[in-house]
Structure formats: structure tokens, C-alpha cells
Design a protein around this ligand. Structure first.
Ligand code: TEU
Ligand code: CA
Length: 616
């Protein structure tokens, strides 16, 4: 698409008048998991030169921003989310020169690059942590060090300072022989949590962020930023700690309590975000900040993304990702239907109707593939239809869409059947915790849960072509890919889809183009229709009547049949169509305009039928 076709969004309606310079309001972001995107040197692991070599593909797709998952120096315990040096690139991925080259080549193509910022924790191999193990060092207080529970021998079972469990299994506390105390790690024991109460630590983080901004990055995706402020009692004690005055929550089936109610959106969260905004972003322009925010409610999102509060541009909220998860854990799978998705995504939309913004996504590197999870990958035809339907659904809400690598091809779950095929520490640890330690799952049950929700489902190599390793690494490469390629690369791959006008890729390309050129889709209000219909998810996008724009598309209907059978058009949706069906009004459909017009006249949608329709 040429840039002169692109509408620029007037300030008055971009975020209902509230945001200064929200260029990202009609941008589309593409997430890259470097390890799995493109290997350039045959070691079986994706790298920075590999990404640079694929920028033309991304330019063809039409995206505006790349979110690059962590490439900093790291022992790779959690694939780079454990950083040992924030100011260097891990040799697995390349060098600082390779990073500069990627930035320059992306900018050359009009693509911005935001980096992952992981500052809730570092690696235990970071120099800050090593120094902190000495009680008398300047950095003694940069992490959450605590003595053993009163009356217990340090390092023995039950002596942990409180009952919090780690997201990756086991206790959230690790005893350190050198310091003779425990440190907190909400994630793996190689990811100690930073103590944001310490102002020197905060200053060091902001200085590092400024260093990257000055080097040319365009902003940050902030890893679990919602967890940086922990709830403390007046004496600085954590919930459940000996002598503290705040009670911990109940112990769950795996034997630990949940830290999230005390860590997510904690008491100083807004203060820290405002301080960061002022220290890093004031005086800069054209950047983007997006915070990963598990545990944050839609209403808090409105406050955080209200530009007058000076915190973050947008957050990732996870309600839609929790659809289909049992109340206790993501490993318990439960039935769901379109109403659950409407409640989750609709709640996000309603909260920012007046002010604030939201991000739109179904897929990322921690989630199973959307087409396997919410769509239907049982046949090639249904896979293609449902991948398009889900892409249309998510991108037509109000907010900034994020596409995770391979989602634009409708890539599916990995199809692993044995534990040895998994690489993710979460999958492996939780298997052992639930099967061997807590005895709450059988091996077959846990393998079934992993097949549905393991993070590795999203981490198999990008499928570029049908060759042995899907073009991810050379067929003659000395090393196999670090995780196996999905055998369906023969059918699902970028090369085939770029050539096929009916592919998921070319459909997503049209969606991105619409986001760029249709102002109603960027700025229009969002109104859910037929909330109680279990199959059809439909909504209306419309510009405020008093907008100052001259546009033909000021009222648009979006409808998606979230099922593999045909469904009746529900009442409110049908009333808007009023028995008419005009193929010229179909802006996009995953069938074709005339069959969608016929569906509308009959009042019945075909399996996974999804369309965008101009009402006036
Ligand atoms: O994920 C945080 C987060 O919300 C996850 O813990 C999520 O609950 C988990 O992946 C569910 O399976 C971020 C990163 O996206 C993830 O890749 C990292 O492992 C994690 O933080 C720790 O840095
Ligand atoms: Ca490599």
C-alpha cells in the first residue's frame, strides 16, 4: 500500500480527543519470537540477521511495527526473559551491530521496532544480582531478600518466607547459601524479582531504557509490568511473612498460595509508571509503550491508558486468553462459546469507550495458536475459513491489533504427543509438579492439557516454505531446529500463501489495509449486538455524529459465525440488515461478496462466515 492512501487520524477522534499524537491508533503490530522466526547461520536457532532478511515479507504484509521478543544477553532459561546484560545482544541472536542493522533496515521500510523490556526480574546471572548476594554491597536491596520463616531452619522444607507459588511451578522463594537468605522469584528461580521500592534500581532501569531509545528503538513492550509493585505492610513485610500484618491468600491444589492479588497493580504501580514516562519518554515522539498486564481489570486499564495520567499507551489484558480455562488453572480445560469471548473482549472495549485505548490480540508466544484454540483446524477448508474469521474478528474491534508470527498464515498448534518434544520450562515443570509431585493429573491428562495450552504450541519454527525445515533453517544446516517443525508446513507456508489470492495471508493483508484506510474502523465507537447469541459475534462500528470528517463508511457492521455449522443471524444483527443483502456493501468477507450478500438475505451464516458490511 502506498502511504498517500493512508488516512491520518484527526486528533479530535483518535482516542476521543484525549491523546496527544496517538499515531498507533491505526497501526498494526507484528510480534517476532526471534528463536523461531529465521535462522541465518544454520545453528537451528533464529537470529537477528535472519529477521533482517525477512523484512520484505513484513513490508509486503503491510505491518507498521515489530515487537521483538528479548534478544539481550541471557542464559536462556526462559528463552531470553532472563536477562544477564540489558546492554548487549545474546551471541545466539547476533551482535549489537546486527541490532543496529535491523533497526536501520526496518526504518528504511517505514517499520518501527519496539523491544521487549523485562524489568520485573533479571537473570540470577546478572551482575546486579550477583552483587546483591552480598548483604553489605550497594545493591543489597535491589532484589527481594528475606530471612527464613521464624522458627524454621533456613533452606529446609516449609522455611520459605511465605507460601507464594511461582508461575513456573514450585515455591516462589529460593534459598541462597551465599547470603543465607531467600530471594523472591515469581517466575523461574533463575529470574529473581527486582525490588522497585529502591530508587537507585529504578534510576538504573530508566537509564538503560534511554540508552536503547537513543540507539533508535521506537518503544517497549513491557513484560509483566503489572507485577512491579508488591503489596507491603507498614513495616515493609510481604503478605504471610513472619511478623507481618497482611494475611496471605488460601493454599491451592498444587500446595502454594497465589501472589497475583498482592503483586498485580500494586500500591505504587501508577506512581512507578508516571515516573518512568517522565524519565524516559518526555520530549520524545513517535514511540509506543505497551504493558503486559496479567491481573489488571478493564477499569484499571482505562486509568492507565488515559493520556492525561501519563502512564502507558496501551496494555495487554488477558481475559480472552482465559476463555476455556478452568477457574483454578489453565491446565484444566472447560467448554466455552462465543458469549465468553464477547464478555472478555467486550469488557475491554466498553471500559475505554470514553477515554483510553486497548490492544487487540488472540495469539502470542505464551498462548496456543488461535486457529486451533478458538477456530477449527480439523480440515484444511475449515482451518483457512476460521483463521480468516478470527483475524477479522479481532482486528475490527477498536484498538491496536497485534499479529503473532505465523498467525497471518493460520499456523496451528504443534501436535506434540510426548513430553520429550516440549522445550518450555513452564510445560516441563508443571507436568512434573502436577503428575509426579501433587498427583492431581495423570500423565495422559497432562499431555492432553499441554497439547491444548502449552506455550510451545506457538513456538514451533515459522513456516516459510515446504522444504525439510520449512525454510526456517537451511535443509543442509548442521543443526536441526531447536524445536520441531510442524509437519503441516507442506500445506501451510508463507511461500504458497503469498501466491494464493484466497490464502489467509492475503486476507490478513486486506484487513491491515482496511485498518489503514478506513477511519471508522480506527476511530469509530464499538457497540456489541446480540450479546446472548452463542454462535454469532457481531458488532457495529460508527463515527460520532458530530465528527468533523467526510467519510462514506460512517456505520459498519461486523459479524462472525464462531462455529463450524451454519448459524441464524441473531435478532439485532438481522434488524440492521433488514432482509437486504447488497454485495457492493460487503467491504470484506471470507467467502465472497455475493455469497455473503445471499447469506444476509437468507438470514443465515455459513460455517465460520465472517464479513464487514457498510450500513451507510
Ligand atoms: O509472561 C507473563 C505471563 O503472564 C505468563 O506468566 C503467563 O501467565 C504464562 O506464560 C502463562 O503460561 C511474560 C512473558 O510473556 C513470558 O514469555 C515470560 O516467560 C514471563 O513473562 C516471564 O518473563
Ligand atoms: Ca542462528
Amino acid at each position: 500500500m502506498t502511504s498517500d492512501q493512508r488516512v491520518s487520524v484527526p486528533d479530535s477522534i483518535r482516542t476521543n480527543g484525549a491523546s496527544p499524537n496517538p499515531w498507533w491508533a491505526n497501526a498494526v503490530v507484528y510480534q517476532i519470537y526471534p528463536r523461531s522466526f529465521q535462522d541465518s547461520n544454520g545453528d537451528g536457532i533464529g537470529d537477528l540477521p535472519g529477521i533482517t532478511s525477512r523484512l520484505d515479507y513484513l513490508a509486503d504484509l503491510g505491518i507498521d511495527v515489530i515487537w521483538l521478543c528479548p534478544v539481550y544477553r541471557s542464559p536462556q532459561d526462559d528463552n531470553g526473559y532472563d536477562i544477564s546484560d540489558y546492554r548487549d545482544i545474546d551471541p545466539l541472536f547476533g551482535t549489537l551491530d546486527d541490532m543496529d542493522e535491523l533497526l536501520a533496515e526496518a526504518h528504511e521500510r517505514g517499520i518501527k521496532v519496539i523491544m521487549d523490556l523485562v524489568v520485573n526480574h533479571t537473570s540470577d546471572e546478572h551482575a546486579w544480582f550477583q552483587e546483591s548476594r552480598d548483604k553489605f554491597s550497594d545493591r543489597a536491596d535491589w532484589y527481594w531478600w528475606r530471612p527464613a520463616r521464624e522458627g524454621h531452619v533456613p533452606g529446609t522444607p516449609g522455611a520459605e518466607p511465605n507460601a507464594w507459588g511461582s508461575y513456573f511451578g514450585g515455591s516462589a522463594w529460593q534459598f541462597d547459601e551465599v547470603r543465607g537468605e531467600y530471594y523472591l522469584h515469581l517466575f523461574s528461580k533463575k529470574q529473581p524479582d527486582l525490588n522497585w521500592e529502591n530508587p537507585d534500581l529504578r534510576a538504573a532501569v530508566y537509564s538503560m531504557m534511554n540508552w536503547w531509545m537513543d540507539r533508535g528503538v521506537d518503544g517497549f513492550r513491557m513484560d509483566v509490568i503489572s507485577l512491579i509493585s508488591k503489596t507491603l505492610d507498614p513495616k515493609g513485610r510481604l503478605p504471610g511473612e513472619s511478623g507481618g500484618s497482611i494475611q496471605d491468600g488460601p493454599i491451592g491444589p498444587e500446595g502454594y498460595s497465589d501472589s497475583e492479588p498482592f503483586c498485580s497493580g500494586g500500591p505504587r504501580f501508577d506512581e512507578f509508571l508516571k515516573e518512568m514516562r517522565a524519565a524516559v519518554f518526555s520530549g520524545r515522539e513517535g514511540f509506543l509503550t505497551v504493558g503486559e498486564a496479567p491481573g489488571i481489570e478493564a477499569d484499571q486499564n482505562r486509568h492507565i491508558t488515559n493520556p492525561t495520567n501519563g502512564e502507558l499507551d496501551m496494555l495487554f489484558l488477558f481475559d480472552q486468553c482465559n476463555v476455556g480455562h478452568g477457574p483454578k488453572s489453565k491446565w484444566d480445560l472447560v467448554d466455552w462459546d462465543a458469549r465468553d469471548l464477547k464478555r472478555a473482549l467486550g469488557g475491554h472495549q466498553d471500559a475505554v469507550r470514553e477515554v483510553g485505548w486497548t490492544s487487540l490480540f488472540l495469539d502470542n508466544h505464551d498462548q496456543p495458536r488461535a486457529v486451533s484454540r478458538f477456530g477449527d483446524d480439523s480440515t484444511e477448508k475449515l482451518r483457512s475459513l476460521s483463521a480468516k474469521a478470527l483475524a477479522l474478528l479481532i482486528q475490527m474491534h477498536r484498538g491496536t491489533p497485534y499479529i503473532y508470527q505465523g498467525e497471518e498464515l493460520g499456523m496451528t498448534n504443534a501436535g506434540f504427543t510426548e513430553l520429550s518434544q516440549y522445550r518450555d520450562l513452564e510445560s516441563i515443570n508443571l507436568y512434573h509438579q502436577r503428575v509426579d509431585e501433587a498427583h492431581i493429573s495423570t500423565p495422559a491428562e497432562m499431555l492432553n492439557s499441554l497439547a491444548h495450552v502449552s506455550r510451545d504450541n506457538a513456538r514451533t519454527p515459522m513456516q516459510w516454505d515446504a522444504s525439510t525445515y520449512a525454510g526456517f533453517t537451511a535443509p543442509y544446516a548442521p543443526r536441526e531446529p531447536w524445536i520441531s517443525v510442524n509437519p503441516n508446513k507442506d500445506v501451510i507456508n508463507a511461500k504458497a500463501q503469498q501466491r494464493d489470492p484466497d490464502s489467509v495471508f492475503n486476507f490478513v493483508k486486506k484487513l491491515i489495509d482496511l485498518r489503514h484506510t478506513n477511519i471508522t474502523l480506527t476511530a469509530g465507537l464499538w457497540d456489541l449486538l446480540d450479546p446472548e447469541d452463542p454462535f454469532v459475534y457481531s458488532f457495529r462500528r460508527s463515527l460520532d455524529e458530530d465528527n468533523d470528517l467526510d467519510t462514506p463508511d460512517d456505520e459498519i457492521l461486523v459479524a462472525v459465525n464462531i462455529s463450524s455449522h451454519s448459524s441464524r443471524l441473531p435478532e439485532q444483527t438481522a434488524a440492521l440488515i433488514n432482509g437486504q443483502g447488497d454485495s457492493d456493501s460487503v467491504l470484506l468477507s471470507n467467502y465472497d461478496a455475493s455469497s455473503t450478500a445471499a447469506s444476509l438475505m437468507l438470514g443465515k451464516l455459513s460455517p465460520w462466515e465472517a464479513f464487514i458490511y457498510r450500513l451507510k
